[in-house]
Design a protein around this ligand. Structure first.
Ligand SMILES: [Zn+2]
Length: 89
């Protein structure tokens, strides 16, 4: 009697565990948004600063789907808009 009750409780627990874990599994695989509908939140962040000899890199991450984009920062001195920004500071 006691044994069958215990088995029932255990199987119930197993079923409960299964249902509780399902949302976690689904949240792992976020749906990617269309390429023109990303929400870049804080925008570009420098991951590797450029030096006069080497290019740097900057990254931005979509707040909706965690899509990551990386672009190079040209090494300076250059005459691009970024160099002008640096000079202005
Ligand atoms: Zn996105």
């Amino acid at each position: 009697m006691y044994n069958t009750n215990l088995k029932r409780v255990l199987s119930l627990l197993l079923v409960l565990c299964f249902f509780v874990s399902v949302p976690f599994v689904y949240s792992e695989s976020k749906v990617k948004c269309p390429s023109d509908q990303h929400d870049w939140g804080e925008g570009w962040k420098t991951t590797t600063p450029a030096t006069c000899a080497k290019e740097g890199t900057e990254t931005r991450i979509c707040t909706k789907c965690d899509e990551e984009e990386t672009r190079p920062i040209p090494n300076y001195p250059i005459n691009g808009p970024q160099a002008k920004m640096m000079v202005g500071k």
